[in-house]
Design a binder for this molecule. Structure first.
Ligand code: BGC
Length: 754
């Protein structure tokens, strides 16, 4: 540990990789690929459906059953020794059928990079959280993110990812906010599609989760979500609809919770009616780990694969088929869908090739995403960017001397060399253990930016000591954090421990105080009036320190915008108090995951009514006339922009044109946003985001932007007709730099009978 601390982050990564690579090679030898498959289905001129049908025709009943469930828990819990033969480790493994060349499905969590590699001796890039990716509002960044994960998956022998979370930020205390893409369905859906498309292009199956309405963690396996069909379709389900349609994704994970009284993984409305029939999804539905609760109901409702284990889709499914309770054609459909996704993503034609990862490419992408995703929330008396000629800088708090925080849970990407802050006191415990820190040192990166300055670190443990240091320095940078993890919601949006007091004390001692937040989502800021500047860096990944320093010193001009609202207080949320408290004992949460197993805890289902309905995030604040602390779409830059010349054109696909000018002294990139309000008859008296574009502008430069408005984004869902509907009437169109700063306004008429 002591030795690792002396190394630079890049060296430390290389060092730990060199230590572990021999083990990685050892694994590779155990998993030598089968001989190249042969058979008429290897004709690449045929479509994935044709190829899948040819393979399906060769399979026995037992073989079909073997493809619709797999292993997983052992590998997760037991480590390398517990792996089934040929598994490379990870969350799941479905053995293929060698005589036909059907590949093994090697599945691993990959929301923010390839997860949990350390136990298998592997290095993967810890990217910034998905919420940072979303804050870039940049489809190119999403593609970069997906392509990197896809290539590292292949390099580690995996051919299917578990990532692509798009549950909306309906409850900002959700412990997995960092794994998702914010509160707007169009933003989240489009970014997920771009990411997954790029990931699949690497030759692995892409995946989205958790379908549907798994919008918080407490009680996730027993809450029964209540939300009307219209609200469901226009919020969370719309993110999936866009994500699936725009990416051609291979798999969807159904969630743990119930929706309208039925578990998501056996919910006919969600799976058969909406996903498969209405959206035309041609991939397969895999259960969240332990989220299957029945054989006949789940199979007939549209679940295609139980993971992990075979409690329901093993011998029990075979019996149900033999008895005619599940039609044989349904099993064929499950297998066809799985094979089709394997063909479509290239699994038969281009098996993964284990090789050393391109570490430096990974570091580059991680840093770029962090720089594009960090949101500058305030820039007052601190006058960012900081001058490189400063003579003294105090760096305070949050282990900023050695590390940056990451989000916890199944998505955890192991830090090279181990947790950079082991046994973190006060970290939020969850079933996944203490908070994990990535070895990227903001302190070192700040020192590199201002080589002439005396840069002194203080842990922040005693606010009075930190304030003394801040007073004696020209500028103070206070790092604060809020750990969050899967399996547990945040008890509150307040920064834990003494961090609010720390900021207040430091800011009182030095008005030139910059606060850097490392959080998974919004926090409340009782000290906001005192802080000179605030940068939201999220969980910034393996190059977080370098990215933060680049922004603080102006090497990078911040351009990110919030993909979710920051409330002034929890009293302003739709549910001021968390609707579901953590279970009294962890067994209570685990029991439903292990049906019939050792746990004897009775878990009652719990109705969770999402009464805010359609009004998720910024729509809630607008409809309720509440002022957020920082609104959706907001983010500052070191330059300024002006909007002009709005023109709205009606038509089958209406469009909006306007101009954006960089009116300040620096080059920058602006996320220009377009919102609309619908005619009164639609019953939605609040704006919704319908488009955006990120434009790069030199000082003084003006660019014209034209955005086509997808009619789906303008529509409402009519539950009586079970269809989307474009309401005729007058729409108001707005353009500007945030959901609350929309200087341009125009009208759009949609004629009747469309
Ligand atoms: C999580 C999923 C994850 C799976 C496998 C579950 O507990 O909810 O997001 O993909 O575990 O690790």
């Amino acid at each position: 540990m002591a030795y690792r601390k002396c190394l630079s982050p890049a060296r430390s990564i290389l060092f730990s990789f060199l230590l572990t690579f021999p083990l990685a090679l050892g694994n590779a030898q155990l998993t030598a690929p089968p001989a190249k498959p042969t058979g008429p289905w290897m004709d690449q001129a045929l479509s994935p459906d044709q190829r899948a049908a040819l393979v399906l025709g060769q399979l026995t009943l037992e073989e079909k059953i073997s493809l619709v469930h797999g292993a997983g828990w052992d590998a997760l819990v037991g480590g390398p020794e517990a792996l089934p033969p040929r598994s490379v480790g990870g969350a799941g493994f479905v053995p293929g059928i060698r005589r036909l060349g059907i590949p093994d499905l090697q599945i691993v969590d990959a929301s923010v990079g390839v997860a949990r590699g350390a136990v298998f001796g592997r290095y993967s890039t810890a990217l910034p959280s998905c919420v940072a990716e979303a804050a870039s509002w940049d489809l190119r960044v999403a593609r970069e993110y997906g392509a990197l994960i896809g290539s590292e998956l292949r390099a580690q022998g995996y051919n299917m990812s578990l990532g692509g979370g798009v549950n909306l930020t309906r409850e900002p205390r959700n412990g997995r906010t960092f794994e998702y893409k914010g509160e707007d369905p169009i933003l989240a859906g489009r970014l997920a599609a771009a990411e997954m498309k790029a990931l699949q292009e690497q030759g692995v199956i892409g995946h989205m989760k958790h379908y549907a309405l798994n919008d918080q963690e407490n009680g996730r396996s027993y809450v029964n979500v209540k939300l009307g069909k219209r609200a469901m379709r226009e919020t969370d389900l719309l993110a999936f609809e866009i994500g699936i349609k725009e990416s051609g994704i291979g798999a969807i994970m159904c969630s743990y919770n119930l929706v309208d009284g039925v578990y998501a993984c056996e919910n006919r409305y969600l799976l058969n009616d909406v996903l498969k029939k209405q959206w035309g999804f041609r991939g397969f539905v895999v259960s969240d780990w332990g989220g299957t609760h029945s054989t006949v109901q789940a199979a007939n409702a549209g679940l295609d694969m139980e993971m992990p284990a075979d409690a329901y889709f093993g011998p029990a499914l075979q019996k149900a088929i033999e008895r005619g309770e599940v039609p044989a054609a349904r099993l064929d459909d499950m297998v066809h869908r799985i094979l089709r996704s394997e063909f479509a993503a290239g699994l038969f034609d281009k098996p993964p090739e284990r090789r050393a990862p391109d570490i430096f490419r990974g570091l580059q992408v991680a840093q770029h995403v962090a720089e594009q995703g960090a949101v500058l929330l305030k820039n007052g008396s601190a006058r960012l960017p900081l001058s490189t000629a400063l003579r003294s800088i105090a760096v305070i708090g949050s282990h900023a001397d050695v590390a940056v925080l990451s989000g916890g849970g199944s998505s955890q990407v192991d830090p090279p060399g181990g947790n950079a802050v082991p046994q973190e006191a006060g970290s939020q415990p969850s079933m996944f253990g203490p908070a994990v820190w990535q070895p990227s040192s903001p302190l070192q990166a700040i020192r590199a930016k201002a080589p002439g300055a005396k840069v002194v670190y203080d842990s922040g443990a005693d606010p009075a000591v930190a304030a003394k240091l801040a007073k004696a320095s020209e500028a103070a940078i206070v790092f604060v954090n809020q750990p969050a993890s899967e399996d547990r919601d945040l008890a509150s949006l307040a920064l834990p421990g003494n961090q609010d007091a720390l900021i207040a004390a430091v800011a009182a001692a030095n008005p030139r105080t910059v606060v850097v937040l490392e959080t998974g989502g919004p926090v409340v800021m009782p000290w906001i009036g005192q802080a000179g500047a605030v940068l939201e860096a999220w969980y910034p990944g393996i190059r977080g320190g370098e990215a933060i320093a680049n922004i603080l010193f102006g090497t990078v001009n911040p351009s990110a915008k919030l993909p979710l609202s920051f409330p002034r207080s929890e009293a302003d949320l739709p549910r001021p108090k968390l609707a579901v408290q953590p279970p009294p004992a962890s067994e209570a949460d685990m029991a439903p995951l292990f049906p019939g197993a050792a746990f004897k805890v009775n878990v009652r289902q719990f109705d969770l009514a999402y009464d805010e309905g359609l009004k998720v995030g910024y729509k809630w604040y607008q409809a309720e006339d509440k002022q957020p602390l920082f609104p959706f779409g907001f983010g500052l830059s070191y330059t300024s922009y002006a909007y002009s010349d709005l023109n709205v054109a009606a038509g089958t696909t209406p469009s909006v044109a306007f101009r954006v000018k960089n009116t300040g002294p620096r080059a920058g990139a602006e996320v220009a946003q377009v919102y609309v309000t619908l005619p009164a008859a639609a019953g939605e008296p609040f704006r919704r985001l319908v488009g955006w574009e990120k434009v790069e502008l030199a000082p003084g430069e003006t660019k014209a932007i034209t955005l086509a408005l997808d009619p789906l984004y303008l529509s409402i869902f009519n539950p009586d007709k079970d269809a989307w509907e474009l309401v005729p009437g007058s729409y108001t169109v707005y353009a500007g730099g945030s959901s609350r700063d929309l200087p341009l306004r125009g009208a759009l008429e949609i004629p009747g009978a469309r």
